[in-house]
Ligand binder design. Structure first.
Ligand SMILES: *[C@@H]1O[C@H](CO)[C@@H](O)[C@H](O)[C@H]1NC(C)=O
Ligand SMILES: *[C@@H]1O[C@H](CO)[C@@H](O)[C@H](O)[C@H]1NC(C)=O
Ligand SMILES: *[C@@H]1O[C@H](CO)[C@@H](O)[C@H](O)[C@H]1NC(C)=O
Length: 193
């Protein structure tokens, strides 16, 4: 409870500072590097024509402004609706295992210490999916906990194309098995800029 109170206070302070400044030249900060380079925001920009699973239509309109100051409301209020498996996201254990889903393993069951921290960015061969053989050839040192894999998906700019392309590069079963059995990696991500 105490923690929540502090957060609420910080929010109120931010709002009043903005209101007092009343600047005509407001430029929203869109930071990608925080805290002297310790945290990088690599979130892909959400846009209507980014891909959605197994459709050619992209995610479509996902953001509305039902209440706006321009139309006489006291505040701007947005509404958002989009599939949770869109753009930069993390998969919950329940995403692919029904018994985990039934038992309530949502994203809030994931460990934030695993999700945050130094990560290694690794280029993988462009002529293959991530197999056991590929994983072995990368020589990722023991102790490395988080790895982002840069694949052919990045070169092909798949995140910028509306049509879902099922030929995207990913882990093969033997590649995933090799990773679990031979590395200390706890977090796997796919680079896609
Ligand atoms: C509020 O919404 C309007 C559109 O009606 C937009 O032009 C304006 O920038 C928004 N203001 C803020 C503070 O987000
Ligand atoms: C304001 O309301 C008008 C009329 O309903 C609508 O056409 C317009 O899109 C609205 N503008 C915003 C920014 O919500
Ligand atoms: C990766 O696997 C997919 C699905 O089987 C396949 O369509 C694609 O061609 C493979 N990519 C490469 C680079 O081998």
């Amino acid at each position: 409870m105490k923690y929540q109170a502090v957060v609420a206070l910080a929010l109120v302070v931010t709002i009043s500072v903005t209101a007092v400044n009343g600047d005509d030249n407001l430029i929203p900060p869109r930071r990608e590097v925080y805290d002297n380079g310790k945290i990088f925001d690599i979130t892909h920009r959400y846009q209507p024509d980014m891909p959605a699973f197994e459709t050619n239509d992209g995610i479509g309109q996902f953001l509305w402004l039902p209440k706006s100051m321009k139309n006489g409301s006291i505040a701007n209020n947005s509404e958002m609706k989009l599939p949770t498996h869109t753009g930069t996201h993390v998969d919950a254990p329940g995403h692919v295992f029904d018994h985990y889903f039934d038992a309530g393993f949502d994203v809030d069951s994931l460990d934030l210490h695993v999700l945050n921290g130094p990560a290694l960015l690794v280029d993988v061969p462009r002529d293959s999916n991530i197999t056991a053989e590929v994983m072995k050839s990368l020589n990722i040192p023991r102790g490395v906990k988080r790895v982002l894999f840069r694949t052919l998906n990045t070169d092909r700019r798949l995140m910028f194309q509306k049509e879902f392309d099922s030929s995207y590069v990913g882990f093969t079963v033997d590649g995933a098995k090799w990773l679990v059995e031979n590395t200390d990696i706890k977090l796997v991500g796919k680079h896609s800029r």
